[in-house]
Design a protein around this ligand. Sequence first.
Ligand code: AMP
Ligand code: TRP
Length: 329
Amino acid sequence: MQRVFSGVQPSGALHVGNYLGAIRQWAIDQHRADSFYCVVDLHGLTAEHDPADLRQRTLETAIGLLAAGLDPDVCTLFVQSHVHEHAELTWLLECTATVGELSRMIQFKEKGDGRESVRAGLFTYPVLMAADILLYDADRVPVGDDQRQHVELTRDVARRFNSRYGETFVIPEAAVPKVAARVMDLQHPERKMSKSVDSPLGTVSILDPPDVVARKVAKAVTDTDGEMRYDPEAKPGLSNLIELLASATGRSIDDIVGSYDRYGPLKADASEALVSVLAPVRARYEEIASEREHVVSALEKGADKARSVASLTLRKAQEKIGLLVPGTF
Ligand code: AMP
Ligand code: TRP
């Protein structure tokens, strides 16, 4: 059976980019593969954060994932810091990855912006992500387009470790959706929708009520030439709406482009489609949030399961790299 691993940062409310770009696929994959999904709270330490907030958002993110359809009896859902093997394998991989390759990471260049005050953890962040994936022998990593380069790095590091120290890690592959792999901010369609950027009108949360979704989509920035065409470079706002509608309904981009000649009706249909995709998620969220103790115990069970897999891989990596692992000498 295939192994799937993916993670999400507890950096704010989940949005439709997270849902359509990644999490919806996780809910499907859990029935097809042995799936591990993780709220990556250690990654959440790489940017300015408030400790109490981080704890709260970690729990809310887990509730969001359950609301989005993850079933803790079917997949393994856990919090990254509950499984100490993630931090430990990271060190071995930091001694495998190079400063050169980490310097080429687009996300670091964008978020770090050349500032000296940026946390060192933001620089090594992709190595922690590589550890997440490699600990579980994952074959597939369902993510949005922005994580492609990090999965590529994971493959390079795993290959290097294997060839230097002997077969240890499975080489994973990124699985990126054909549409909605990079959902853009509705107000600033030249940048991606993001949890950590404050753009109240540009970001649609998975918990936004229907009237709020409708207002945000109606106000989405498009362009003035009025030409119905899918062209993310020249017409990013319109193309984003087309992708959202395609992803939420399963219709093809060509079909959508051929069925509208004005932006208004396209916006109306996109907002209706988003509302119906999000309705069950919103309904489940309230229900799950009211049973907090169930969530906590699901996460504990998830961490136990995750640990049982991760500890074996860590031990193997420690032996291969030359550590004096107790019980093996
Ligand atoms: P993050 O919010 O960065 O923790 O992302 C969690 C998952 O959602 C990752 O697989 C991302 O690639 C994906 N994702 C984040 N933002 C977007 C977006 N705007 N469009 C599509 N996928 C996204
Ligand atoms: N870096 C990812 C993001 O910001 C989150 C993440 C951490 C992840 N570890 C992972 C995604 C492992 C996939 C696999 O979206």
